[in-house]
Design a protein around this ligand. Structure first.
Ligand code: AMP
Ligand code: MN
Ligand code: MN
Ligand code: MN
Length: 299
């Protein structure tokens, strides 16, 4: 597998907080020249069969994917899982647990927003949620944009939905250890998502990478829509230093909102192990025998 493969191993569908269906994303990835694709909805793998079937129908190689919400050192971070067996019970139960608190959190967010004059935000956000169990801040952001409160979703996050702002509710997600274990015992590879987005000190970041590695984590996103070119180089060095494989993914959510289009990021810097090298046996190809059946199982 070449390291300059056009792999896009991070994006979101209507199953979580994206605006396109798994089928629409597969078609868009294919049209943009993606050569290996994974759908990584937040805390949810119920879109995996559809994504795999749509990708394989387009002759687009597919890896199973998920993005798990984790609380580490009092911050929310994200761990991407790739190439796992989507039928795995422990993974499914762990994800269900992780999703569990979302509705209550959303109602509390709505109560807080009501105090600053924004009424009925829970019902408003739900209208944008393709999957009500997966109601997220992104759906609130879309509701506030629709109501003319802000110009775009970034402005909503800045003014309302981040720590210290009126619609932010502290939430406890999965532990780093559990998230990594759910992925690895389901035969997948765990990847630290968009590390530059976190507000850690250098020591805290070192602790994250060290603990992640100790729990069995094997990869880090080096090339992502969330990183600047300087951050590509910084996290390429971190990957080398910690002996982690490098991943690449746009984190595409929506044609109207996302800065980075599927399949358009630069290639991995030289001298890194691409994460797909660790996953050669886990990739689904359309020419595999019984491919439709195996896509349906996404094993
Ligand atoms: P939640 O899982 O409900 O906390 O929502 C997190 C999601 O909100 C992320 O996956 C992003 O899609 C989105 N998000 C987080 N921060 C921002 C931001 N500053 N601007 C736009 N979207 C954001
Ligand atoms: Mn998201
Ligand atoms: Mn993320
Ligand atoms: Mn994401």
């Amino acid at each position: 597998m070449p390291s300059n493969l056009n792999a896009d191993l991070h994006c979101h569908s209507t199953i979580s907080d994206g605006t396109l269906t798994p089928e629409e994303l597969a078609a868009r990835a294919k049209a943009n020249g993606v050569e290996l694709w994974a759908l990584t909805d937040h805390d949810e793998i119920s879109g995996q069969q559809r994504a795999a079937a749509a990708a394989l129908a387009l002759d687009l190689p597919y890896l199973s994917g998920v993005e798990i919400s984790v609380t580490f050192l009092a911050q929310t971070i994200h761990i991407v899982g790739l190439g796992f067996d989507a039928e795995n019970q422990a993974l499914q139960q762990g994800l269900q647990q992780t999703r569990g608190g979302r509705s209550q959190r959303a109602m509390q967010m709505a109560e807080d927003l009501a105090k600053v004059g924004i009424a009925s935000a829970y019902e408003g956000a739900l209208k944008f949620a393709g999957n009500r169990d997966l109601i997220s801040r992104t759906h609130f952001a879309r509701f506030l944009v629709e109501g003319g409160v802000c110009r775009d979703t970034n402005e909503v996050f800045r003014k309302y939905l981040i720590a210290g702002k009126p619609g932010f509710i502290e939430h406890r997600w999965a532990s780093l250890k559990n998230a990594v274990n759910w992925i690895t015992q389901a035969k997948g590879v765990a990847v630290i998502a968009h590390p530059a987005r976190y507000k850690f000190s250098a020591n805290e970041e070192f602790a994250l990478f060290t603990e992640f590695k100790n729990h069995g984590g094997q990869g880090v996103e080096v090339i992502t829509g969330s990183h600047t070119p300087a951050e590509y180089l910084f996290y390429a060095d971190m990957a080398r230093e910690f002996g982690l494989a490098a991943s690449r993914g746009s984190d595409f959510h929506s044609p109207d909102e996302s800065r980075t289009e599927l399949g358009t990021l630069p290639g991995l810097p030289d001298g890194l192990i691409p994460v797909w090298e660790l996953l050669v046996d886990r990739i689904h190809y359309s020419h595999q025998q019984g491919s439709v059946a195996s896509a349906a199982a996404v094993s």
